[in-house]
Design a protein around this ligand. Sequence first.
Ligand code: GDP
Ligand code: MG
Length: 451
Amino acid sequence: MLEKLSSVLKKVTDKVANAIFLDKNMVDSIVKDLQRALIEADVNVKLVVELTGKIKKAALDERVKGLEKKEHIIKLLHDELVKLLGESREIKLGKKNVFLLVGLYGQGKTTTIGKLAAYYAKRGHKVCAVGLDVHRPAAAEQLEQVCKKINVKAFVDAKEKNPGKIWKKYEEEIKDYDLVIVDSAGRDALSGDLIKEIKDVSKMVKPTETFLVIAADIGQTAKKQAETFKEAVQISGVIITRMDSTAKAGGALTACAEVKAPVVFIGTGEKPADLELFDPEGFLSRLLGMGDLKSLMEKIQSVVGEKEIEEQQARLKEGKFTLKDMEMQFESLGQLGSMDKLMSFIPGLGKAKIPEGMMEQQQSKIKNWKAAIKSMTKEEVENPDILEKESGRIQRVAKGSGASTSDIRALIKQYKMLKEMIHSQGDLSEGKMDHAAMMKFAKKFAKKIRM
Ligand code: GDP
Ligand code: MG
């Protein structure tokens, strides 16, 4: 279900979270990815342009910097996407409930009745269905079959062509049930004839909820459909079916939000269990994989000071990367407790696998490295090359810190590698390095880092 959109959204949020700094090129590429994915999911172009315009503006706003900016962008993206998906509407059942399902031919009304019946029966309700689709020849039979599968009673009369008479016939019997789900007839298009029929049925069955059933594959056309049904028969919610069978489900979802027809359930397959309550926040969290990201951001924020990050980013932007910066990475690393968190700061490295057992080894190494950096002069910290040029310096640092000379050489090697990484991030955002090259580099880096 919207897998493609989901993977792009995850990629975009990862990019924002992992970027050391967000320059114009990076922002442009993020915005382009977003636009393409949303349009492919059939979201209205105008809405897409509005949304990405806001993201771009926020990203390039020089007044907000560092972590605050990243969080701002991700929060903005999240909020705007929720807005696109519309308001949520909780369905509360009373003592006696009647659901009336309406919609055009073939949208999934009858199938959805089985799903709703299974959903509520599972939650302890006494559910039955009533078939008032007197137009489709096999409608009664289909409803019976659907209900039989889930052991729910279906009241149908295949011979009767007057919905009023069918309802009257079963009126006493259905009083035993606390949820009655009514199937109604569709048409190829919303005609005056259909509206009259639905209005009559509605007057008779007095629904507590009237759900419009729309198939996701009709895309943005859902807007017109939701709008006209809403005006004609006052629907209380929309159920979108066949979410599983199209990559364009974004069209139907966002179109309903546009006309303020809240989506209440989505159908995700043909089986009775393939029904989900729809809640925009939860749906989006799943698309974004937001839970993880949010907690990581919180963690990052709690270990590294805002001011330090800003300063570091300013230095990195000028291509400066010193042992001081590396020490700062170690600090956050020690507190985060794992190497892969450090890796996730660096674009492209987030997904590189770190061998097990390496972590502890890494921790003691880092302890020595931190001590070594503390024993260095300011000049050495800012320009570690001089350590290599004059080996006497390395011996001095080793004596002062208790680290071995090979520890210090390894530290310098690591430093150089990270510096190389950071420079290639510049290449990446300027489009000089493509994704494949980046992944190759990341793999190489992950291999090298095994000390
Ligand atoms: P109605 O004319 O509105 O009552 O529509 P039906 O309930 O007869 O459904 C029309 C077709 O859509 C049937 O072939 C169903 O199996 C199929 N269908 C309904 N809901 C879903 C769904 O969520 N996923 C998939 N893949 N097919 C569905
Ligand atoms: Mg039907």
